[in-house]
Design a protein around this ligand. Structure first.
Ligand code: PLP
Length: 378
């Protein structure tokens, strides 16, 4: 190995408009917040910011759960945190699968030693409450239920309130993925009776990727405390993480929190608080409608029926004879615009256009429709 240093210079990312399934556009105020001086992660000022972040997250999740904080890792680790803490070897878990992320939930349950009972629905359809009810009747031993509120792989939104009610009537704890829903559509943790939920920093919150807000209610904490086996993951064991994230003044070292990304999350939540939850939900809906009207003039159809469509994730059919990868490459090269490809069963068949957080604004929608028009003509 030569001692001569590689001649690599600073990375200068290109400017992009991010309208894929995440990350979404990050506003300058969030990037500036992240460029502030790094402080120690046990500094009292940092602790004060952590407490504010927890308060803001409780509001965003609409919950009074004390155990609400951002996991120092992306949404996938939020998913794993919920599963490894609540699922014990031998547990039966009813898991809804109507896209990629439901499938990942099932895989997480399996790896935690649980037995997933799958409730499957078509990609693009919401979870069927009738099938969930039937699954509980067939598996009365199931005490856990997991589903994805907003399936980012298909653009379908499921009826979280109804699903949680069914699960609770069978005395099951409810785990909800709200990675893509939080901030974009109503997420009402306490009103719906959700016991544990995880989200992500880079979708409708418009912060940078790498943090996963989670919340756990009393029933979930009771199940955690009653475990007979230790949580298999040391890093994600909430019994240990808690000593770090809870209690001002008596925080003890668990891991080094990602200090600057947390400044960014804090700022994105302050921005959401300034706007208000209802205003943010209304903006996402209005921008979705603007995009839908524009795409209709191009003859582009949606995968999901109108009632279950997520405003923030628009899965649309690639018109007959159009080169999927070619169009996406052209959007990126000529317009600096990123949209998402299809995943899993929908790969090559759909585009996924994100209208998330700071990206949900008129100039983005107009750019997207105009750019697609240009590419489809060519
Ligand atoms: C993006 C996403 C995840 C995973 O989040 P990462 O930050 O990519 O790990 C999980 N669930 C859903 C529904 C998502 O959209």
């Amino acid at each position: 190995m030569s001692l001569a240093a590689p001649t690599i210079t600073s990375f200068r990312p290109p400017r992009r408009v991010l309208m894929g399934p995440g990350p979404s556009d990050v506003p300058a105020r969030v990037l500036q917040a992240m460029a502030q001086p790094t402080v120690g992660h046990l500094d009292p000022e940092f602790g004060r910011m952590m407490e504010e972040t927890k308060t803001l997250l409780r509001w965003a999740f609409q919950t009074q759960n004390a155990l609400t904080f951002p996991v120092s890792a992306p949404g996938s680790v939020g998913m794993e945190t919920c599963v490894v803490n609540l699922v014990e070897p031998g547990d039966t878990v009813i898991v809804c699968v109507n896209g990629v992320f439901g499938g990942r939930l099932a895989e997480n349950v399996r790896r935690a030693g649980g037995t997933p009972v799958l409730v499957e629905d078509a990609w693009g359809a919401p979870v069927s409450p009738d099938k969930v009810e039937a699954a509980f009747r067939e598996h009365p031993e199931a005490r856990l239920f997991a589903f994805v509120h907003a399936e980012t792989s298909t653009g379908a939104m499921s009826d979280a309130a109804t699903l949680a009610k069914i699960a609770r009537s069978h005395d099951a704890l409810v785990i909800m993925d709200c990675v893509t829903s939080l901030g974009g559509v109503p997420v009402l943790i306490d009103e719906w009776g959700i016991d544990a939920a995880y989200s992500g920093s880079q979708k409708c919150l418009s912060s940078t990727p790498g943090l996963s807000p989670v919340t756990f209610g009393e029933r979930a904490v009771a199940k955690l405390k009653a475990r007979k086996t230790p949580v298999q993951s040391w890093f994600q064991d909430l019994n240990l993480v808690l000593g770090y994230w809870s209690g001002e003044g008596r925080r003890t070292y668990h891991h080094t929190a990602p200090v600057n990304p947390l400044y960014g999350l804090h700022e994105s939540l302050v921005a959401l608080a300034e706007e208000g939850l209802e205003a943010s939900w209304a903006r996402h809906r209005a921008m979705h409608e603007l995009l839908r009207d524009g795409l209709e003039t191009l003859g582009i159809d949606f995968v999901v029926e109108p009632a279950a469509r997520l405003p923030q994730l628009n899965a649309v059919r690639i018109p007959e004879g159009v080169d999927d990868a070619g169009v996406r490459a052209r959007l990126l090269a000529d317009f600096g615009l990123e949209i998402g490809a299809g995943l899993g069963a929908l790969a090559g068949k759909v585009w996924r256009i994100g209208v998330m957080g700071y990206g949900a604004r008129v100039e983005n929608i107009n750019l997207c429709v105009a750019a697609l028009r240009g590419c489809l003509k060519a």
